[in-house]
Ligand binder design. Structure first.
Ligand code: AMP
Ligand code: MG
Length: 513
């Protein structure tokens, strides 16, 4: 899998004896109380909406076979592929601050793991029927949320942000009952693992230290193999999770992403964005933005995400205490020392990201204030987050110190009071002048840091409406195409870069159940 080959050239004809997925299921080898073994429920009439062929190839799979009737039956949960050991994982979690000792995969079933080009990956069906953890749920997923997750997770990947991926979406031919009757669908999700903060909480809450240790050893083997050689491997694991999460949330902020439901069961210890339920992107910059209908107090608002990440990591550290040291005081000291690292790692990643967005290749003491002033000015003037930064890149002063007036006007037009931007830009220009490097390189750097295209909420909604109400998947395909190259100007798709009328403020999202 280490050689990059075009998917057409990669295949010698596959003999019918070869397994569809070359599974090697390490999670299924963990103790039996880590999960419930359960097969997907057969569905009526599966139909493939889309297979992510490029991802299939990266995973060492045969895309043609996955698109065949046999493959589609597997992707719909109608047929269990050879080598799969389907299971639903047990986990706990803090949901909106309240601890729930037993959650678990209520509508997701891990088929198994494959080792592809980028390492070991879980292959999981989401929406494939009830599990021992379904509680009162039906174990199913509606088409809209499946398409949203497919699109947004792939867009995040194209933006360069760690995330679970989407291998396939299928419709089931069955209906699911939510507030209305909706078409059912199944998403095949690919992840470095599905181990969550809540997975550790599950064992900690039961006082099951052996379970906790087995899970931690498994996590170290998968995500922090070098931690195994550290003086305190479990501290090293905690440090690794904290670092990945600090960097992840910083990346979210730099593209205006709001996860929407950062419960501890929705935080992957692999540092990947996971569980795209009520997620959405900022249009107008306002750090208090919370789109999710169930997030009434704005707990998971855009600007709260770093604080919540640290809160969740503190719950992880608590869960790991029995492993950090046999001495309780020492264990708490280890946990606190690890958590202390978060702020610096987050700040470095966030301000590094903002500096790149502003075209600054070096860092100076005043940079966070400079970026902060711009964000404040944007908030006061209801400026669009994505467009402001993208257009700022076009307005970078040339070698003569002058900016293209049309480009400057394009940024100014995003602000209620354009002179507020002018005042800020004076300081920005001074700062840029202090720095070596030519204008072209700076412009290139800003283009690479400031996407032109994000999954705009109104476009995502349009796409879902077309699919659900008219079985029209063309908008889904178009959006996928555009969002696969978020940093390129794509003049033919310029309208997809635009903000919605009214700046998208009244937008609401709903949990993907
Ligand atoms: P979420 O916040 O969407 O990640 O889901 C929280 C919990 O509810 C998880 O344990 C899910 O597995 C479970 N859940 C969500 N939707 C359903 C459903 N339709 N049927 C069964 N369980 C569900
Ligand atoms: Mg979840």
């Amino acid at each position: 899998c280490s050689v990059r080959v075009s998917h057409r050239a990669a295949f010698t004809p596959v003999s019918p004896m070869t397994a569809l997925f070359p599974f090697d299921n390490s999670y299924a080898r963990l103790p039996s109380h880590f999960f419930g073994r359960v097969a997907p429920t057969a569905v009526e009439a599966p139909r493939l909406i889309r297979l992510n062929r490029a991802l299939a190839v990266d995973l060492g799979l045969d895309p043609d076979r996955l698109e065949s009737p046999e493959g589609v039956e597997v992707l719909a949960g109608r047929r269990v592929p050879e080598g799969a050991e389907p299971l639903a994982a047990a986990y706990a979690g803090h949901q909106f601050g309240q601890f729930v000792p037993q959650l678990g995969d209520g509508r997701a079933i891990l088929l198994g793991e494959v080792v592809g080009r980028d390492g070991r990956r879980d292959i999981q069906l989401k929406g494939s029927g009830p599990t021992p953890f379904s509680r009162r749920g039906d174990g199913r997923a509606a088409l809209g949320p499946v398409l949203r997750e497919y699109l947004v997770s792939e867009a995040m990947h194209a933006l360069g942000i760690p995330t679970t991926r989407a291998l396939a979406a299928v419709t089931t031919g069955e209906r699911v009952i939510r507030e209305t009757v909706l078409p059912g669908a199944v998403l095949t999700r690919v992840a470095s693992s599905h181990i969550r903060v809540g997975s550790f909480q599950f064992f900690a809450a039961r006082g099951d230290v052996e379970g906790l240790r087995s899970l931690a050893d498994h996590a170290i083997a998968r995500h922090d193999p070098e931690a195994a050689r550290a003086d305190n491997p479990y501290r090293a694991l905690l440090d690794g999770v904290i670092r990945r999460q600090a960097e992840l949330v910083a990346r979210w902020l730099t593209v205006g992403f709001i996860h929407g439901v950062m419960n501890t069961d929705n935080m992957s210890i692999a540092g990947e964005t996971i569980d795209y339920g009520p997620c959405a992107f900022l249009d107008t910059y306002d750090p208090a933005t919370a789109f999710s209908s169930i997030d009434r107090n704005g707990r998971y608002a855009y600007g709260n995400q770093p604080r919540i990440a640290l809160w969740n990591l503190t719950r992880l550290a608590e869960a790991l205490l029995p492993l950090l040291s046999e001495d309780e005081t020492q264990a708490v000291a280890e946990a606190e020392a690890a958590l202390t690292g978060f702020a610096g790692q987050f700040e470095a990643a966030y301000h590094g990201g903002l500096n790149r967005k502003l075209g600054l290749a070096t860092t100076r003491d005043g940079d966070p204030a400079l970026a902060g002033d711009l964000l404040k000015t944007m908030a006061e003037n209801e400026a669009d987050f994505t467009l402001t930064f993208r257009r700022l890149g076009e307005a970078v002063p040339g070698p003569d110190g002058e900016s293209d007036p049309a480009a400057v006007e394009a940024v100014r037009s995003l602000f209620i009071d354009p002179t507020a931007l002018d005042r800020w830009a004076e300081g920005w220009r001074r700062r840029l002048k202090d720095e070596a490097g030519d204008a072209a390189a700076r412009r290139q750097m800003m283009r690479a840091a400031n996407p032109a295209f994000i999954p705009r909420n109104h476009r995502v909604e349009e796409m879902i409406t077309a699919a659900v109400e008219r079985q029209d998947f063309a908008p889904f395909e178009t959006l996928l195409t555009v969002l696969a190259r978020p940093y390129d100007d794509q003049p033919d798709f310029a309208q997809y870069a635009e903000r919605p009328e009214g700046g998208g403020r009244g937008y609401r999202t709903f949990c993907g159940t």
